[in-house]
Design a protein around this ligand. Structure first.
Ligand SMILES: Cc1ncc(COP(=O)(O)O)c(C=O)c1O
Length: 396
């Protein structure tokens, strides 16, 4: 089949919810993807922060193959070994005892919102139901999570939206202090805003939110769907500040491309859910959980967090050098392997030009080029990408 046939069939048979680039990707290995004509692309996007081990990592491929041969689904009416093993490992790594498994980031946040409300009503006061979220946030596309995402473009047409959300500016602890009132049950925040344009808050911001939550007896919910499982250089971004949230959400990296989302909570807060409170048919199936275990083992065994820190610092410094040369770059931001450059022009054309040269990057918030390479990235890959970006920016 030619590309054009696939593109036409896609238009004919698939909801047109994505503005796709005209590339037909057929395989991937390590840092590279290959299209149907054999052209290679160096991946600085990781499927939007998913393929942290690169593509088709043997540890994940073997884990999936072996488990698929044994057992792929049972429903959550029965016990399975991989689910329990993954929950135990996540508890050991995070300090949060309990996991609820689902299939995506939005579902993990939906579960977090439900748990926060239910726990608060039963334990903190029946009038407490409101959740404070931040401008620039992205929490997902279900009705509750898109309401938690305070952006007109995600809300339009879906009204009436669920009640019980209030918004303040990100990285503004005073605004947050003022917003908390007798109705507040939780604060939901990303440690770094990915979709919001790679916004890295001031050091101490999360710690101050933790202190505020303790003082006001409300819950801290961290959305680490994009930056959790190592992208900041620590296994969890909250470990950068030595705090512990009450509820944590994960997805993306943990499943290495398989649909796996997790909502975690402290032992105390997890008691808000009892049998029947929440559920998922596919959540925590044996195949995806074996993939999750393989991801965690590989991150640890190969000491990938050290590479994230070292290569993240290198990438950021190289991007900063570009800023000296190209006046259209307004700012360079990042931590670990989530970096962004804010332009004073729309970034879409630059992304297309990079794609034509064989490099996958992305643009978020219209003017922010975002770089989310796999954790296995090496200096040579960074040098190649920077050289291409330098040439593309010079053409602008
Ligand atoms: C911080 C954050 N939360 C939630 C989501 C939603 O995840 P999903 O697309 O898996 O539903 C995303 C997706 O980009 C995200 O970046």
């Amino acid at each position: 089949m030619r590309n054009t046939d696939i593109f036409l069939d896609e238009q004919k048979y698939i909801f047109q919810t994505y503005a796709r680039f005209p590339v037909l990707i057929t395989k991937g290995k390590g840092m590279y993807l290959t299209d149907n004509e054999g052209k290679q692309y160096l991946d600085f996007l990781s499927g939007i922060a998913v393929n942290a081990l690169g593509h088709c990592h043997p540890a994940v491929v073997n884990a999936v193959k072996n488990q698929a041969k044994k057992l792929s689904h049972t429903s959550n009416l029965y016990y399975t070994i991989p689910q329990v093993k993954l929950a135990k490992k996540l508890a050991q790594l995070s300090g949060l005892n309990k996991s609820f498994f689902c299939n995506s980031g939005a579902e993990a946040n939906e579960a977090a919102i439900k748990l926060a409300r239910k726990y608060a009503k039963e334990n903190l006061g029946s009038g407490k139901f409101e959740i404070i979220t931040m401008h620039g946030a992205f929490h997902g596309r279900t009705l509750a999570t898109l309401t938690a995402t305070p952006h007109e473009k995600f809300h339009k047409g879906y009204e009436p939206l669920p009640e019980g959300f209030k918004y303040v500016d990100y990285n503004d602890i005073e605004a947050l202090r003022k917003a908390v009132d007798e109705k507040t049950c939780a604060i939901l925040v990303e440690p770094v805003q990915g979709e919001g344009g790679v916004q890295v808050p001031a050091p101490g911001y999360l710690k101050e939110i933790r202190t505020l939550c303790d003082k006001m007896n409300i819950l801290l919910v961290l959305d680490e769907v994009q930056v959790g499982m190592g992208r900041t250089g620590k296994m969890f971004a909250f470990q950068q500040e030595g705090i512990l949230p009450d509820i944590l959400t994960l997805a993306k990296t943990i499943g290495a491309g398989l649909p796996l989302g997790v909502m975690m909570a402290s032992e105390k807060v997890s008691k808000g859910f009892v049998p029947g409170s929440h559920g998922s048919t596919f959540g925590g199936g044996p195949v995806v959980c074996e993939a999750g275990l393989a991801v965690l083992e590989t991150i640890e065994k190969k000491r990938l967090l050290e590479n994230v820190t070292a290569m993240g610092a290198y990438l950021l410094s190289e991007l900063k050098k570009l800023k000296e040369k190209h006046p259209e770059i307004r700012a360079v931001r990042g931590t670990g392997l989530i970096c962004g450059i804010e332009l004073d022009i729309p970034g879409k054309d630059i992304v297309s030009k990079m794609l034509r040269r064989g490099f996958l990057i992305n643009c978020t918030s219209d003017k922010v080029l975002r770089f989310l390479p796999p954790f296995i990235v090496a200096r040579k890959h960074i040098n190649d990408m920077i050289q291409a970006l330098d040439s593309v920016l010079s053409e602008e």
